[in-house]
Design a protein around this ligand. Structure first.
Ligand code: AMP
Ligand code: ZN
Length: 113
C-alpha cells in the first residue's frame, strides 16, 4: 500500500476540500493556507517531485498549467497569483508527491526565498 499522503487524498482515504477534479488531476485547498486563496494542484498518478518528471510523464505538467488559470478564476482570484513547486530538502518539499501551490487573493510578498 502506498504511504503517500496525497495518494491517500486522491483515493479518498483522507478528506480534502476539492476545488477541481478530472480523471488526471485533483486540486484542493491547502490545509495551512499562506494567502487568502491557497490551493494545491496534483497529478493523480504518483510522481515524487519535479526531479522525477521525464519524457513519459511530462504531459501532466502542461495539463496542470492549462488548468491553473481557470481554477484560479473559479476560486475567486482576480488580480494575479503565484505558482510554486518545492523540490527536495533544500526546496523544503514536505510531501513527496508532485504538487503546485497556487496562492492569490491578496497582494503577495516580493520575497521568493
Ligand atoms: P510542500 O511543503 O511544498 O511539500 O507542501 C505541502 C503542502 O501540503 C503544505 O502547504 C501543507 O500545508 C499541505 N498539506 C499537508 N497536509 C494536507 C492535507 N491533508 N490537506 C491539504 N493540504 C495539506
Ligand atoms: Zn503520491
Amino acid at each position: 500500500m502506498c504511504d503517500c499522503l496525497f495518494c491517500k487524498i486522491v483515493n479518498g482515504d483522507i478528506p480534502s476540500a476539492k476545488v477541481y477534479e478530472d480523471e488526471k488531476v485533483l486540486a484542493f485547498k491547502d490545509i495551512n493556507p499562506q494567502a487568502s486563496v491557497h490551493f494545491l494542484v496534483i497529478p493523480k498518478t504518483h510522481i515524487e517531485s519535479v526531479d522525477a518528471i521525464n519524457e513519459d510523464n511530462s504531459d501532466i505538467v502542461s495539463h496542470i498549467f492549462r488548468l491553473i488559470p481557470q481554477i484560479a478564476k473559479s476560486t475567486g482570484i482576480k488580480n494575479g497569483y503565484r505558482v510554486i513547486t518545492n523540490c527536495g530538502p533544500d526546496g523544503c518539499q514536505s510531501v513527496k508527491h508532485l504538487h503546485f501551490h497556487v496562492l492569490g487573493g491578496n497582494q503577495l510578498s516580493e520575497k521568493m526565498a
